[in-house]
Ligand binder design. Sequence first.
Ligand code: SAH
Length: 266
Amino acid sequence: MEQDLAGRVRVVLVEPSHPGNIGAAARAMKVMGLRRLSLVAPRQFPHAEATARAAGADDLLAAADVCPTLDAAIAECHRVYGTTARSRSLRWPALAPRAAAAQMLALPAEAEIALVFGRERTGLDNDEVARCHQLIHIPTAPEFGSLNLAAAVQVLAYELQLATLADVALPVETPEAPPATAAQMQALYDHLERALVALEFLDPDNPRQLMPRLRRFFNRAAPDALELNILRGILTAAERARAEADAATAGGPPAAARARSAAEER
Ligand code: SAH
């Protein structure tokens, strides 16, 4: 018995009329790890166009179950999901693919699941919908709600893959450096304030919202200890350059005033 979800999901295409769509659906499945395809009374199958559009997923086509009826295709399934382009009456509320995938993941590990897709032109009929435990509707633009059959298979297969991956704990990446502590951040802000005053960017008599805005900016960036050291190094270099410039023109006007008059001369 298959424990993984992908191995327990059977994609059922009801009376597909275009062999190209069968191939494209197989490809859409295989890229997302789905393997089991059932075809209910396909108009043309096998077909060169199906093989061509499968583009390497022809093993799924070769292994496909060809059934005379939907009942035969879903006979072994415990849970049947039907996909529909139309939102039908209230009697058949539909889930979005993401919610449906989460629900499938929560089913018992032995549950065999059918994911049923309708005909290109007319979708699933009422008798077929009545066989589904749950309908799924892919939300679309209101005025154009019908996806190509294989595109609809792709959306559902992707959501199943996403839900399965989200369920597996991903390995935690080892950070390059530990996050900065509150004390280190405070030391940065103190240093920044001193440097900005020395550079005459911040007027201590009229500070406005400069420091709170800079705090907000750096907090948003959440720097690590290494990045914090770089910032502190830049501040130290700026302070030193400023002190050297002031020493070189000792007695002359402050650097900012010099910069201003230079700008005015231009
Ligand atoms: N005119 C048909 C459209 C069928 S499209 C109808 O109104 O039902 C072929 C199949 O692709 C549908 O039966 C369904 O299985 C799937 N499909 C297309 N658009 C979909 C959507 N928005 N949500 C869910 N399934 C969709």
